[in-house]
Design a protein around this ligand. Structure first.
Ligand code: ADP
Ligand code: MG
Length: 255
């Protein structure tokens, strides 16, 4: 049964989508079957896999709001072992539409339950908010992966995220755990980076991944070519880091 991992942090620009796409590709390349679930209306993890949102038959919006079977939206990417449920811009309206629906926080969990049997990992790319979409993702997940950008105010808002996770644990999903905190855009030459790392480790003892993701311009170039980094530039620092993260996560499960 696939492990479901939500990649969440309500702050934008911290590396959620970059991590979702590149971790999915690296896990797939390592022989794991991966389902990527794009829950951000921006759809950047969909386009990061070279998929044109306009040509998709259905999207995560149709699945979460409507009654379409998940198979209708499923797309096989051209990258090894990675399938995706693509996002579309209509998902932006889902935050409001969900309010009216019954079991508004459990809809993603319901639709993933039969699907996850076919995968080793299901990665959910979350939007930069703690609204109903992120709640659905947390309710559906076994684990939470929190990317944190090594920047000023890195920890800002994290107490809110942790409070939300506690509420989700109490109300909808008692077994969710933090898989790890991932330091992104790491630059060891900067004093600031080192300060942030020390602070994050203090805040999340034993929960920080050993792997850190360096600031690497190739990581920001790859999406415009519709390719995960390990295909776009196999020898880049970014590719090495995401391969290492995939191995660290596989190791956590003794797989
Ligand atoms: P989020 O999904 O949290 O909003 P993104 O993954 O979209 O964040 O990243 C925000 C921006 O930073 C994007 O332009 C992305 O290409 C860039 N970026 C992310 N991680 C790195 C990195 N390690 N090095 C360089 N640029 C990065
Ligand atoms: Mg994103």
């Amino acid at each position: 049964m696939g492990k479901v991992i939500a990649i969440a942090n309500q702050k934008g620009g911290v590396g959620k989508t970059t991590t979702a796409v590149n971790l999915a590709a690296a896990l797939g390349f390592a022989g794991k079957r991966v389902l990527m679930v794009d829950m951000d209306p921006q759809g950047n993890s969909t386009s990061g896999f070279g998929i044109n949102k306009r040509t998709c038959e259905a999207s995560t919006y149709d699945l979460i709001i409507g009654t379409q079977p998940a198979a209708k939206a499923l797309v096989h990417t051209k990258f090894k072992n990675v399938d995706i449920l693509p996002a579309s811009i209509e998902l932006a309206g889902a935050e409001i539409e969900l309010i009216e629906l019954e079991d508004r926080t459990m809809r993603l969990k319901k639709l993933l339950t039969p699907l996850k049997l076919n995968y080793d990992f299901v990665l959910i790319d979350c939007p930069p908010s703690l609204g109903l979409i992120t709640l659905n993702a947390l309710a559906a997940s076994d684990y939470l992966l929190v990317p944190i950008q090594c920047e000023y105010y890195a920890l800002e808002g994290l107490s809110q995220l942790i409070t939300t996770v506690r509420q989700v644990k109490r109300l909808y999903n008692p077994t969710i755990e933090i898989l790890g905190v991932l330091l992104t855009m790491y630059d060891s030459r900067l004093n600031l980076t080192l300060q942030v790392v020390a602070e994050v480790k203090k805040y999340f003892p034993n929960k920080v991944f050993k792997t850190v993701i360096p600031r690497n311009v190739r990581l920001s170039e790859a999406p415009s070519f519709g390719q995960p980094i390990i295909y776009f530039d196999r020898v880049s620092k970014g590719a090495q880091a995401y391969n290492e993260l995939a191995q660290e996560i596989i190791g956590m499960y003794h797989m």
